[in-house]
Design a binder for this molecule. Structure first.
Ligand SMILES: [Zn+2]
Length: 62
């Protein structure tokens, strides 16, 4: 009983840590803010650019 609940707690902690990491990945999205634009840039990693579909702003990734 005790060992099973401990296993569940560990599994739950691992899954919540995965969720947290995914949230951090979303937080690294680039905010456009060009001329007060309030959308996020669409990141194209293969081309090495970030593009805004709203105002057409394109920025190079480092
Ligand atoms: Zn924009």
């Amino acid at each position: 009983m005790l060992s099973r609940s401990t296993t569940n707690a560990v599994a739950h902690r691992a899954s919540s840590m995965r969720r947290m990491r995914r949230r951090v990945a979303q937080a690294t999205r680039l905010y456009c803010s060009t001329n007060g634009c309030t959308s996020f840039l669409i990141i194209d990693e293969t081309a090495g650019i970030a593009h805004c579909e709203i105002c057409g702003y394109t920025r190079r990734l480092n």
